[in-house]
Design a protein. Structure first.
Length: 110
């Protein structure tokens, strides 16, 4: 990514450092989300972390199915956290979601 704004270039760099083995389609979705209007006020590192955890939660776990079954958001998150951390590890991420941190990776009310 040679063009783009300074923020876009920084977001791209942060993504590469955070999850160096992220699949291309997931990387594209994360980059798009990290550049969205509701994350624009955040530093690139926080925007990428939140976009990454949201992508993993919604695209790689049963989180949405659990919500549809009637679980509340906190319970659904509890049940998917281990798999989220597994995916993050597979992507080369050295950071994980702490089950005791209720705000870890929260974007709005996802």
């Amino acid at each position: 990514m040679s063009g783009g704004t300074r923020r876009q270039r920084e977001i791209f760099r942060v993504l590469g450092r955070l999850v160096p083995r992220v699949p291309y389609l997931d990387a594209q979705a994360i980059l798009e989300m990290a550049q969205s209007r509701h994350l624009r006020h955040l530093p690139p590192s926080i925007a990428i972390w939140q976009a990454t955890t949201a992508r993993v939660r919604h695209a790689h776990t049963e989180y949405d199915a659990l919500l549809e079954e009637g679980y509340d958001r906190d319970a659904a998150r509890f049940f998917v956290i281990d798999h989220m951390n597994f995916v993050l590890t597979e992507w080369g991420c050295g950071r994980h979601i702490d089950p005791d941190d209720t705000d870890s990776g929260v974007i709005g009310n996802d």
